[in-house]
Design a protein around this ligand. Sequence first.
Ligand SMILES: [Zn+2]
Length: 432
Amino acid sequence: MATLIHNCTALLMDGANTVLPNAFVAVEGGKITWVGDRRPVGFFDEMIDGEGGLLLPGLVNCHTHTAMTAMRGYGDGHDLQDWLHNYIFPVEARWDDRAIRACTALGLAEMIASGTTCIADMYMHMDAVAQEIAAAGINANLCCGGVLFDPVFDPKTHHDCVEQEEMTRRWHGYNGGQILFDASIHAEYTSRPELWKWTADFARANGLGMHVHVSETRKEHEACIAKYGKTPLQTLDQYGVWDVRAIAAHCVWTTPEDWALMAEKGISPVHNPVSNLKLGSGIAPVPAMRKAGVNVALGTDGVSSNNNLDMVEELKFAAVLHNGAGHDPLALLSGDALAMATANGARALGRKSGRIAADYDADLILLDSRRLNLIPCHDPVSNVAYAAHGSDVRMNMARGKVIYKDGDFLTIDIARVKREVAEYAVPLLFGA
Ligand SMILES: [Zn+2]
């Protein structure tokens, strides 16, 4: 099916902040086939009138735990250890596939309605998560976040290794790449070298990406140096963890040596400003990492530490936070922040997406520029980075298919999802 989007202003995210007024964007077979200021020749089955709105590449949420929508606002106001051990872990022990599916669908709906077309999700019960992703139509790099606490390690029986192998076989490359299954280590402090080596070898042998939490808190960062004599990033590097395409969530306490390693190996750190601020973890050195030539991406982290999945809000936090922290209004420009949420994110996840250009995946969103907070529009990039809300999104197209339009979800039965969360998942997890 051929689709033509017209009557809109397109932000191409081509590295030069090119804005194309009166844009025509054609889509066929899940790909963008034409971008220009005149109508391409040919017949189109579907015409989408942008009604003067802003067309952007879909937002890429490079680090989240989608099903944690269930824990929105649960156990807030405690320190990290108390919160994890007395609130989050006991609830997580009660998950079943049905509850995971309901809470994942709720999170996906929230992300789709606020302009996200691609996510990197690390969680458990990943077969259930993958089924919801497949149905919702969004793109995802999934992983199971391997941990190792047992004193003995046998990859043939270790739960996370077995799950890694099974999920890779079942889901990696699903539907032409809609789902990629990455290799993953939850973090340095929740595992040991045997698991790092096995996971690195598995990723290399199967052509997978890698997803790890790195240097989120000072405590974790300093404990790793005390234990292994190196930072978490450098410790994991000794086991080949970064020899494949990789994303490192948080990187708040990373050092100049870490940034050089990121640049050399092509590791993409994922900035999660809201989660880091809420949990008091600190402020990631984003301008310094960018200056070191590192591809910095953006993510929301899970709802339990955010407490929403709105990438437009995350984008604004990223765009203003570093100016304030660095006493420099030019520390991070609006276009740089928007690139983190689009082109950089797509690159971090190994996808030809995040730009409006021919041959790129047709992951596109349309913002309604008639909203009060977007009037007038001197600079579309500035309006998106500083003035927009996720609720300004009126259309979400993933892989060439419209999955959300004017408040309607076209792939998710939202009434059923809300019912499942309220009547099944919440009672299961928290007691009726
Ligand atoms: Zn996380």
